[in-house]
Design a protein around this ligand. Structure first.
Ligand SMILES: [Zn+2]
Length: 265
């Protein structure tokens, strides 16, 4: 099975292939274009690395650990409809979480977060939630920087983790993350609200039964009405997971429990 790691490696190979292909047309293209859209994907080959970057970032969607820990993450907020309720639930159950914030939502609704992020972590989810795989590196950089500055000024926290919208990765995203000093975070399981519209407890059961150590769980505190299916079940999930021996950490805490990653921390 072609897993995410293979796809990621494929992206890097494609990058190298594109660069070599430009210099010597006789080199065969190993990865057909139909497997990976190229918009933004070959940015490392196309852009001059004329800034002080490391030439690498880490991409984490799961952490290898034997400890029974999972990290809940909430994307796209803050929003006036559900963010306060999610924070209330997290506070009631004393569960830390990681919020991947959209910069323009922080600018509009940042008051929802003030004084409420005590045990939580904030991450960067871009300024306006575009598909970064279709943007070049300078545009990705602007999306990241504008969100970073807004999150920092409104929350007082400096985000270190970056989740690209839709989990789409292009070379320009890797470059932008490197330049801004971010590491990338995806997810290893997610809410499937549309499946459980008529059976919300089924969503809780799905998360509790399929939990495994090191999981990064994706939820949304902003979005279509169906998103509330998962949010309404958070308490049941936390209780059920605790009964199975699980505890909860932020994504950075989870990453610190895993295998040490050389380079960025
Ligand atoms: Zn999103």
């Amino acid at each position: 099975m072609l897993n995410r790691r293979a796809l990621f490696r494929g992206g890097l190979l494609l990058t190298a292939g594109a660069a070599i292909g430009a210099a010597a047309a006789t080199v065969p293209q190993v990865w057909p274009q139909r497997h990976l859209p190229l918009d933004g994907g070959y940015a490392p080959a196309a852009d001059r690395l004329d800034y002080d970057n490391q030439g690498r970032v880490s991409v984490t969607w799961h952490v290898e650990t034997t400890e029974p820990v999972v990290a809940f993450t909430f994307d796209d907020g803050p929003g006036p409809k559900w963010t306060s309720e999610v924070l209330d639930t997290l506070e009631h159950y004393e569960v830390p979480a990681t919020f991947f914030l959209v910069g323009q939502n922080v600018a509009a609704h940042g008051d929802l977060l003030r004084g409420r992020l005590d045990r939580h972590e904030v991450g960067n989810h871009t300024w306006s939630h575009p598909d970064l795989a279709k943007m070049d590196a300078p545009a990705v950089g602007r999306e990241l920087a504008r969100a970073h500055d807004t999150i920092k000024s409104v929350t007082g926290r400096e985000p270190k983790l970056f989740r690209p919208p839709y989990g789409h990765l292009g070379g320009s995203t890797l470059l932008g993350a490197d330049r801004a000093g971010y590491n990338l975070v995806l997810w290893s399981t997610k809410m499937n609200e549309d499946l459980y519209v008529k059976n919300p407890p089924g969503q809780a059961q799905d998360i509790v039964e399929h939990a495994r150590p090191g999981q990064i769980i994706l939820a949304h505190d902003v979005g279509s009405p169906n998103r509330y299916v998962a949010l309404s079940q958070l308490g049941t999930m936390f209780t059920g997971l605790r009964q199975r021996g699980y505890r909860f950490v932020t994504v950075s805490e989870l990453m610190a429990l895993g295998q040490p990653v050389s380079g960025k921390s």
